[in-house]
Every structure is written in structure tokens, then in C-alpha cells.
Design a protein around this ligand. Structure first.
Ligand code: FAD
Length: 412
């Protein structure tokens, strides 16, 4: 009698979305065949821990989440340093830069994004100019920081902040350049932005708004100065850039898989092509909480996507319904972003308040409403009440009056 042949799953990307999917597929289907592919040299590691590794407060072993042996025990074939170059959805085949091709019954694309490079005169041929996405980026930045006295960081979002704090904790003087008037300009407002500047300045960071890097002046193959929009120069032997991500789906060119900024999926993480799913940062998924597609670059979201995709790839029917949250340390305080927190979204209204916090600090709170419904929030300072707020967002409760809305400032 012929042995039963299991379904063959191919997963592109071994981040938290891809690896969670592989783990759940194995749990739900002991007979299946699972291939997990990544261009990086490592099994799953914790990207959220990279900032603490950069600061020197967490050793490399603590950044790793999975070992090669774990994949063997789980009977997951992990191919590292292997790039997927093309997909043929008619033949259900994935092409690799070495080995392969691989046939699939169901395919998950969980390829995240690659960091946008700084492109200005002086970059070409100059070392020590870094993005900050991978473990290897982090190792390189640490080596450069150890040999530097001045750093320039550029960008108005989380990655530029993480680089700024990383250099700062390592005793490197940092000039933090932001093109916009304040940090996280699509989420915060002027008040919140001023608070961030206060916190960063208090830690010895030089914060400069309205400027971006226009040229690098190198010496002996490493930066010496950075020239900014106004013509001013800042000393820097190392440069960190957080200029956003380009989501990784170029290798799908020539396939009928629908894409906008990310790979379009429904709430079941299915693309428009049968048997093809997407999850994590690269998925532009239908969010039934707000009734539209969007992308979401958070760890918890990628993990939950991976879990839901595994259920549905194996024949289940589970929708993704969640309130995404992003929490991060912010120098000696914290930031938490919950749900849909979009200052530039004309469909949303918001209320903001800064209150005295614990230990002499300040607590900033902002709540976003769509119609009368709470859809998102931002906390800087004490995270107390975060779970309650997530529950309120989930419940769809009505906040018809200003007094009811302002009552949210008291949630702890
Ligand atoms: C420094 C840093 C700090 C962060 N801090 C936080 C935080 O505090 N809180 C939070 O919620 N989120 C944080 N994030 C974001 C969070 O880490 C991501 O949202 C999450 O890791 C995305 O997981 P993913 O599985 O979708 O993709 P990824 O982790 O990006 O994994 C995708 C993998 O696919 C690989 N790949 C891409 N294309 C191909 C190809 N063609 N062939 C083979 N392999 C390919 C990529 O190289 C990568 O290894 C942080 C991110 C960074 C970089």
C-alpha cells in the first residue's frame, strides 16, 4: 500500500509571520511537508529585541528565538541564504536562486520589507552608513559605534528613534534629523512631538527638525561630516537612516497576485489567487475592524497573521480580527500605539491631553474616533489602562458626547 502523501506547504520569509505559520501547520497537520525559505542566514530571531542588542543591554543569544535543531524536530525544512526569485502560480512552483524549484499545494508570502537606502552624493563608496532591520545590520552598527564619537540619524519614525537611542546609550553624541515638524507625524501632533523632543534632548540628543541629509563628506572611506538641507554641517563618523521600508513583493511580477503597497488579502489572509496567502508586514489585509485594507508593521500583528494563515491554508476558515498594538520603550519612558491611530486620516477625529505622570514625568494620551466609535489610541508615559482601551476599541462602544470621550483620559 502506498504511503499517504501529505500536503506541501511553501513559506517565503522566516520572520515571526512565516515561522509561526510553519509551527501551526505542523501542529494541525502531522503528515504535511513544510518548506520555510529565507535569504537571511539565521533561524527566527526577535527583531523587536534588536534595539536592546544595539544598546548592549541584551546579548545576541537572547535575540535568537528558534534554533536549526528546532526546525529539525518540527520536521520543517529551513532553507537559509536562499532567495525566491520568481513564482509561477499556474504551475504552483517557486523558483530559488540556488536549488529548487519547489512545487506547492499552498503558498504563504511573508517577506516583510527591505529598508530604503540613503541616496545622496557621498554615499557611494562610503562605509558606516546603515539601515536598521536585520541582525547583521545591528552587528555592523555596533562595530561602527564602538569606533565613533559622533553619529547622525535621520528619519521621523520608530527606526530612526531606535538608532538614536542605540548610539546615545553607547555614549556616541547623536544629532537626530527629522524632515518634518515632529516625530511620528502621522500619529502624534505638535504637543506629542514637543514631548518627544523634550525627552530626547534631556538625554543629550541634539534634535533638529526641518532638515534632511543632502550630502556625506567622507574621509578614508568613512563619513566625516553630513551636509543638511540648509547647508549646515554636522560631524558624524557613523550614520543611521530610518527612511521607511519597501515591501518585498517584486519577485511576484508577472503573476496575477493583486498588489498595492503590499500584497492584497481578504480577512482570511488569502490573496486573489487560489492557494496563495500572505501575512505579516507585507500583507495589505482587509481589516474588518475598520472596513478597509491596510498594512501594519507590528510584531503582534505578524504573529497573529501567521497563525490565522496556517489555519486557513490547512482548510479552516478563520478571519483575522484583532486590534493591533505597537509598544516600545522610549528612552526612559514608553510609547504604545493601539488600533488605528492616523492623524492624517480625514475620516477620524481625535482628542489629546498631556497630564502629570509618575516620577515627575508626563503622560500623553490621544484617542482616535471614527464617527462615535473609538478606533485607536496613543499613550506616551504610563502604559496603565492599555488593555482596557484595547477592549473598548474591540467592543465598538459608542462615545457620542465630548464628556464621554474625555472620560477615556481617566482609564487606568
Ligand atoms: C529594529 C526594529 C525594531 C522593531 N521594534 C518593534 C516593536 O518594538 N514593536 C513591534 O510591534 N514591532 C517592532 N518592529 C517591527 C516588527 O519587527 C515587524 O513588524 C515584524 O518583525 C514583521 O515580521 P514579518 O514576519 O512580517 O517579516 P520579517 O520579520 O521582515 O521577515 C521577512 C523575512 O523574509 C525574508 N525575505 C524577503 N524577501 C525574500 C525572498 N525573495 N526570498 C527569501 N526570503 C525573503 C526577509 O529577509 C526576512 O528575513 C521592529 C522592527 C525593527 C526592524
Amino acid at each position: 500500500m502506498a504511503a499517504e502523501v501529505g500536503k506541501k506547504y511553501v513559506i517565503i520569509g522566516n520572520g515571526i509571520a512565516g515561522t509561526t505559520c510553519a509551527q501551526m501547520l505542523r501542529k494541525n497537520d502531522p503528515a504535511c511537508d513544510i518548506w520555510l525559505l529565507t535569504n537571511e542566514p539565521y533561524p527566527l530571531y526577535n527583531r523587536v529585541s534588536l534595539p536592546r542588542f544595539l544598546q548592549g543591554v541584551l546579548p545576541e543569544q537572547k535575540v535568537m528565538i528558534r534554533s536549526v535543531e528546532w526546525h529539525q524536530e518540527q520536521r520543517i525544512t529551513l532553507l537559509t541564504e536562499t532567495v525566491v526569485t520568481r513564482v509561477d502560480t499556474d504551475e504552483r512552483v517557486v523558483f530559488l536562486d540556488r536549488g529548487g524549484p519547489l512545487r506547492y499545494d499552498a503558498l504563504l508570502i511573508a517577506t516583510g520589507g527591505w529598508a530604503n537606502k540613503l541616496r545622496v552624493p557621498g554615499v557611494e563608496g562610503t562605509n558606516r552608513i546603515y539601515n536598521f532591520v536585520t541582525l547583521d545590520d545591528t552587528k555592523d552598527i555596533i562595530a561602527a559605534a564602538l569606533e565613533s564619537k559622533h553619529a547622525v540619524t535621520s528619519g521621523g519614525s520608530f527606526i530612526a528613534y531606535e538608532l538614536t537611542e542605540g548610539f546615545n546609550v553607547r555614549g556616541v553624541h547623536v544629532t537626530w534629523l527629522m524632515r518634518g515638524p515632529y516625530w511620528l507625524r502621522t500619529i502624534l501632533d505638535e504637543e506629542g512631538g514637543r514631548l518627544i523632543d523634550e525627552i530626547a534632548t534631556h538625554h543629550g540628543v541634539e534634535v533638529v527638525h526641518g532638515e534632511e541629509i543632502k550630502e556625506i563628506i567622507p574621509a578614508n572611506g568613512v563619513p566625516r561630516h553630513v551636509v543638511v538641507s540648509s547647508g549646515k554641517q554636522y560631524p558624524a563618523e557613523v550614520i543611521g537612516v530610518g527612511l521607511g521600508l519597501t515591501l518585498n513583493h517584486g519577485f511576484l511580477d508577472g503573476t496575477p497576485i493583486a498588489r498595492q503597497s503590499g500584497i492584497l488579502t481578504n480577512e482570511y489572509m488569502e490573496t486573489n489567487v487560489p492557494g496563495v496567502y500572505s501575512a505579516g508586514d507585507v500583507a495589505e489585509f482587509y481589516d474588518s475592524m475598520i472596513g478597509r485594507h491596510h498594512t501594519m508593521g507590528t510584531w503582534d500583528n505578524a504573529l497573529a497573521h501567521g497563525r490565522v494563515a496556517a489555519t486557513n491554508m490547512a482548510g479552516g476558515r478563520e478571519p483575522y480580527v484583532d486590534v493591533p498594538t505597537y509598544t516600545s520603550p522610549l528612552f526612559d519612558t514608553n510609547i504604545a500605539v493601539m488600533g488605528i491611530a492616523e492623524s492624517n486620516n480625514p475620516e477620524l477625529t481625535a482628542i489629546t491631553r498631556i497630564m502629570p505622570g509618575e516620577k515627575g514625568g508626563k503622560d500623553y494620551r490621544k484617542f482616535f474616533f471614527k464617527g462615535n466609535r473609538l478606533v485607536g489610541a496613543v499613550f506616551i508615559g504610563s502604559p496603565k489602562g492599555r488593555k482596557k482601551v484595547v477592549n473598548i476599541i474591540q467592543s465598538g462602544q459608542d462615545f457620542a458626547t465630548l464628556a464621554e470621550r474625555e472620560g477615556l483620559f481617566a482609564v487606568r
